[in-house]
Write a protein that binds this ligand. Structure first.
Ligand SMILES: NC(=O)C1=CN([C@@H]2O[C@H](COP(=O)(O)OP(=O)(O)OC[C@H]3O[C@@H](n4cnc5c(N)ncnc54)[C@H](OP(=O)(O)O)[C@@H]3O)[C@@H](O)[C@H]2O)[C@@H](O)CC1
Ligand SMILES: Nc1ncnc2c1ncn2[C@@H]1O[C@H](COP(=O)(O)OP(=O)(O)O)[C@@H](O)[C@H]1O
Length: 506
């Protein structure tokens, strides 16, 4: 499991040390840890044949720039030359002085829009220095970054050569990429939310430690998740394994029913029941003859994929009636797509397990319907806060879909983040597959939070397996679920055998 803390919690812990955190021991420790890692990477570049790697340190206006300047000083003391470029209209004054005193070449970046004074004795440097760097330290913005104003330095990010190694200080400046992010104290949630931008995250101990249990977010390891996969035993039969009911698809969108049915059958449900209009039934039978039609006893329902919620409700169609009946059932329910617009207070029986699977736009609409003023873009900018808010407003477990999936349950506990899915998964129909997969896991008896975490992880792995590093279609993701399940079961077995052999599993 990986844990991450909120920026507020990290700042509070730093303040609680009583350190003068603009220039005290914490910053010196952060700078030393950063310099150690840059030194190691410079040596690695040399080992790979880059002679005297050119190191450029980009220095922003706040303490993040301070860390970078002190690290440049530590490197200079060790004989590693670097150019520190001040890219904002102010810079950490003591850091500039310390770096210069150690022989660092401190210059102002000349095309930055600024009115600030020249550093004493310092020159000006242009884009050329960045464009020829072998290693760039991004010390522009850290946890004080205001992403709303982050376009300021986008042009600098574009100057960094593709082959240059980039080390981000604490977290990458918005719009910058990093090969390594050197973060201080504890990992921050923002690093989990943008895994592609961070590269590898290395945590430098600066003497602050936040208690486990108070983390804001966590990501479960593949091994942990593999152990959640339900495996049938000798006494099982199809009903004990779990029957999932699908109230999905419509005359307008029969494909959603097909995708969900194929996903549910392939995932390994004990049985799949389908309830929907004739056209969708026929399509489901053609694609998945294992599916049983008509209502009946189930252990979990999936409701809403491929349903136009407002229009079905207005026409009070049979489709609406059968899906509403499923939505009102005592069994665990996954509420997806169109059915999210029917999820009003009181629709689900008190205490019944509910998982909702909105994307950011659907989550905003759901909250607006409950008089909460929020837009899609607001949710996208802070998915953790809004997933939590929705869980507490609705009493449901929220699986918020997107480039990174955030899972929140009612209460104050940490959210679970799943950030390993390939971005090729962003294609129509994959949400229908996910909802059905999740329904199967609930029907097998997993509790909502574990089922949601396992479903999001399995979904991403299935996309990868379907076509590694390339485009996927939703049907292929659905068809890959059975093979992912067998990989997870193999992982369970491997760990079990290692334990039996007395070896501690990896
Ligand atoms: N706290 C500690 O104990 C420790 C902290 N440490 C280090 O400090 C870092 C946090 O430092 P920080 O608080 O100074 O914030 P930082 O990220 O440097 O940015 C603030 C400056 O940027 C500006 N600005 C922001 N967004 C902008 C934008 N989009 N576009 C333009 N300007 C923007 C903002 O301007 P303002 O909003 O004030 O106008 C302000 O000037 C942390 O990540 C870690 O590296 C370590 O030393 C360990 C101990
Ligand atoms: N950029 C992305 N990277 C990885 N996965 C993504 C990305 N964008 C969306 N997804 C995933 O793709 C699926 C899309 O679901 P959804 O938006 O409901 O589409 P549909 O309704 O067409 O099936 C979700 O599982 C979501 O988490």
């Amino acid at each position: 499991m990986r844990a991450a803390w909120s920026v507020d919690a990290v700042r509070a812990a730093e303040e609680a040390t009583g350190d003068d955190f603009t220039d005290g021991a914490l910053m010196q420790r952060a700078a030393k840890g950063l310099a150690d890692i840059v030194r190691r990477e410079v040596a690695e570049l040399e080992r790979r044949g880059v002679t005297s790697p050119r190191v450029v340190v980009l220095v922003g206006p706040g303490n993040n720039g301070g860390d970078a300047l002190y690290a440049a000083r530590d490197l200079a003391v060790d004989g590693i030359e670097c150019l520190a470029l001040l890219v904002a209209d102010k810079a950490h004054v003591e850091g500039v002085a310390a770096a210069r005193a150690a022989g660092v070449d401190v210059a102002r970046y000349e095309s930055a829009s600024h009115s600030g004074p020249e550093p004493e004795g310092g020159g000006r440097e242009s884009a050329h220095a960045i464009a020829h760097a072998d290693l760039v330290v991004d010390g522009i913005l850290g946890i004080g970054a205001d992403p709303g104003r982050a376009a300021t330095w986008k042009a600098l990010a574009d100057l960094i050569p593709i082959q240059a190694f980039v080390v981000a200080v604490d977290c990458p400046t918005p719009g910058f990429r990093a090969d390594i992010t050197v973060t201080f104290g504890e990992p921050k949630t923002s690093l989990m939310l943008a895994p592609a931008a961070n590269g590898r995250v290395e945590v430098v101990d600066i003497g602050i430690h936040l208690p486990l249990g108070e983390q804001e977010a966590m990501r479960l390891s593949g091994t942990h998740l593999a152990h959640l996969w339900p495996v049938p035993g000798p006494r099982d039969h199809k009903y004990t394994r779990g029957v999932v009911g699908l109230a999905t698809g419509s005359d307008a969108f029969p494909g959603a029913a097909v995708l969900g049915a194929v996903a549910a059958v392939t995932t390994g449900a004990g049985m799949v029941r389908y309830v929907g209009p004739r056209r969708a039934e026929d399509a489901v039978t053609a694609a998945a003859p294992e599916v049983v039609h008509g209502s009946g006893r189930v252990q979990a329902w999936v409701v809403g994929s491929g349903i136009d919620g407002p229009s079905e409700r207005e026409h009070e169609s049979d489709r609406y009636d059968s899906a509403m009946a499923a939505l009102r059932s005592e069994e665990p329910v996954v509420i997806d797509a169109g059915a999210l617009t029917w999820f009003e207070p009181g629709v689900r029986p008190e205490g019944a397990q509910t998982v909702i699977t909105p994307h950011a736009g659907e989550l905003a609409t759901l909250l607006q319907s409950r008089d909460i003023d929020v837009e899609r873009s607001t949710v996208e900018a802070d998915p953790v806060t809004w997933a939590r808010r929705a869980a507490n407003e609705t009493g449901a477990t929220v699986l918020l879909k997107g480039g990174v999936t955030v899972i929140a349950s009612p209460g104050k506990g940490p959210v679970t983040i799943e950030n390993r899915a390939p971005h090729w998964l962003a294609t129509a129909g994959t949400g229908d597959v996910l909802a059905a997969l999740l329904g199967v896991l609930l029907a097998a008896g997993l509790e909502p939070r574990s089922a949601a975490a396992l479903a999001a992880y399995t979904h991403g792995r299935a996309a990868h397996l379907a076509n590694p590093d390339g485009p996927v279609r939703a049907l292929d993701v659905a068809m890959s679920l059975g093979r992912v399940a067998s990989e997870l079961v193999a992982e369970q077995r491997r760990v079990h055998e290692e334990r039996r052999a007395g070896r501690f599993p990896r």
